[in-house]
Design a protein around this ligand. Structure first.
Ligand code: MSP
Length: 553
């Protein structure tokens, strides 16, 4: 079915744009960090869609369901493995629906199509001699599902005595000796180094540099083990023709990006508009090495080109502390937030606060303050004031008369609005959502000031000043239309409601429609247009007693 989609899309010859989130482990319910990865990817694909009418977006996400961690979690939950995986996978789907994650494909690694892809990929590596069998011993982290080189381990004192942990993740390690299949990672060092020199292939550049440094460091470059004894990791895809070995969960997981687009159908490779290489893998810094070193090497070995880009983000801490089950500070996004201020506020906060380079900090107080001051006051109030019956009883976008107001006041707003689309386009293109939000809010603050200083409530009392009132309302409503188009990738639900309120046709909501304000259009609007009448609250203030659920699971 999916293959048919691609064939059809190639007929209409739209350019493919393929963006992915990591697939999420089902060993626990989704939390704020997981939601962030997905919201970031979603905002990017929404921006791509409103700026390019000629692209065909594939936006994939899903769940990573194999491995020891999942075995343990299912046992703890007292559920069969398939039931357990389905339950948590379903929670991700609910969460994505609630937070408007508009994915086109949700893949589970326990699906048949994925099993086929992984086995095919494996055989391909074996055929070209990139996989061999060997005895392997080393420090193993069940939590990271990875062997950790000795030099990246340290001893730590705990109440159970001395334990060895991974320096990178802090997770406990066990000395493990087993027979494994190995992948010739070392054969790809030079090719990887070349790929990593491609300008902007990993963004932000700080993370590209990190990977380049890793490659300089020999320690990262031994071959890697790509199987585990099935006796230990039984909930996994078996190595083809060897029932005693399970395929390494990371190899299994990474291949999801190919399963989604129909691999192993080799005809895909020959298609003109095939959605590969992926345009962007979005992921957090904890899994950068897997995507920036292992994945391109696996692909090179299988003779598939590596991804065009990787976007790596930093982490969310909570009240200044790393989220962890043991600390009980894991923030679970509420799953009944659809259409409520909380859902919108959380999505907005995630994009508005986080920079990619540095960790961001979540606190409920911050969520409430940001949402109330920016979405409720700066944006929502302005909407209510200029759409409400007190000042706009006919519910219309009044005509734009030749200036009826002091140029100094109107000019500042108009100039800022004129510049806004270009500024935000640049920030969105650089994935700097926080800067775009800042720019929009700054224009909206100017619009609020303009509204205040124009005193429309006084103009309303004096019929001879109707035209001045019209100009105030027109400029403000036009500013709101432009801001609503720009905000669509960040807060799609309230942007849509606002554009509906302003009766902006669905076909007039793409980026080009925010680039020219009405006052720049030759022979502008000289006739009033209707907006939706009736009571309208864009974003209700949030009061502290409604708590965002914090749970330790
Ligand atoms: N299953 C692997 C990915 C395989 S992709 C082929 C995995 N899953 S995960 O559920 O642990 O993480 C999924 C995403 O959530 C990652 O991008 C990770 O960085 C992100 N986050 C997990 N905790 C996070 C924070 N505290 N803050 C921000 N994002 C973090 O890794």
């Amino acid at each position: 079915m999916r293959l048919t989609n691609y064939l059809l899309s190639s007929v209409v010859s739209k350019r493919p744009f393929y963006i992915t989130t990591p697939i999420f482990y089902v060993n626990a319910a989704p939390h704020l960090g997981h939601l962030y990865t997905a919201v970031l990817a979603d905002a990017i694909q929404r921006f791509e869609k409103i700026t390019n009418s000629d692209i065909n977006v594939t936006f994939s996400t899903g769940t990573d369901e194999h491995g020891t961690k999942i075995q343990q979690a299912a046992a703890k939950a007292n559920l069969s493995l398939p039931d357990y995986c389905t339950t948590i996978s379903q929670e991700y789907k609910y969460m994505f629906k609630e937070y408007h994650i508009e994915y086109t494909d949700f893949i589970r690694t326990t699906e048949e199509r994925h099993l086929k892809a992984v086995q095919h990929f494996w055989r391909r590596l074996v055929k070209d001699d990139y996989i061999y069998k060997a005895k392997y011993s080393g420090w193993y982290s069940v939590n990271d599902e990875a062997f950790v080189p000795e030099s990246h381990t340290k001893e730590e004192n705990t109440h159970d005595g001395k334990v060895r942990v991974s320096v990178e993740s802090g997770h406990k390690l066990e000395w493990t000796e087993e027979t494994n299949y190995m992948f010739r990672l070392s054969a790809f060092k030079t090719q990887l180094q070349q790929w990593l020199r491609t300008d902007g292939v990993i963004r932000p550049s700080k993370f590209q540099k990190q990977l380049q440094d890793m490659l300089e460091n020999e320690v990262y470059f031994p071959d890697i083990s790509v199987s585990r004894p099935a006796s230990r990791v039984h909930w996994a895809i078996r190595v083809p023709d060897d029932e005693e070995q399970s395929i390494y969960v990371w190899l299994d997981a990474l291949i999801n990006y190919l399963s989604v687009i129909g691999y192993p159908d080799e005809d895909l490779m020959k298609q003109k508009n095939r959605p590969w290489p992926a345009d962007l893998h979005v992921l957090g810094k904890d899994i950068l090495k897997f995507h920036g070193i292992y994945w391109p090497a696996f692909l090179m070995a299988a003779r598939w080109p590596p991804p065009r880009g990787i976007l790596c983000h930093s982490h969310w801490t909570v009240d200044g502390v790393k989220m962890s089950k043991s600390l009980g500070n894991v923030v679970r996004p509420p799953l009944n937030a659809a259409g409520t201020a909380y859902g919108t506020a959380l999505r907005y906060l995630l994009l508005r606060e986080a920079t990619l380079q540095d960790d961001a900090n979540y606190s409920e107080t911050k969520l409430i303050n940001v949402a109330n001051s920016e979405l409720a006051d700066t944006l929502g109030n302005l909407v209510s004031r200029c759409c409400g019956p007190a000042l706009n009883p006919r519910a219309e976008l009044p005509p734009l008369h030749p200036r009826g107001l002091e140029p100094a006041v109107t000019d500042q707003l108009m100039t800022q609005v004129d510049r806004l689309p270009e500024i935000c386009h640049k920030h969105y293109s650089n994935y700097q959502f926080y800067k775009a939000a800042d720019a929009v809010m700054s224009v909206l603050r100017t619009a609020n000031q303009f509204f205040e200083t124009s005193k429309p409530w006084e103009l309303r009392k004096d019929p001879s000043r109707q035209k001045e009132l019209d100009v105030v309302l027109h400029l403000t409503l036009e500013t709101l239309r432009i801001c609503a188009i720009i905000l669509q990738p960040m807060v799609p639900d309230i942007s849509e409601r606002l554009l509906d309120k302003l009766q902006v046709p669905k076909t007039c909501r793409s980026w080009q429609h925010c680039e020219t304000a009405s006052w720049r259009v030759k022979g502008a609007i000289y006739e009033a247009k209707n907006i939706q009448a009736g009571k309208f609250v864009l974003f209700p203030r949030i009061y502290t007693e409604k708590k965002v659920k914090k749970a330790s699971v």
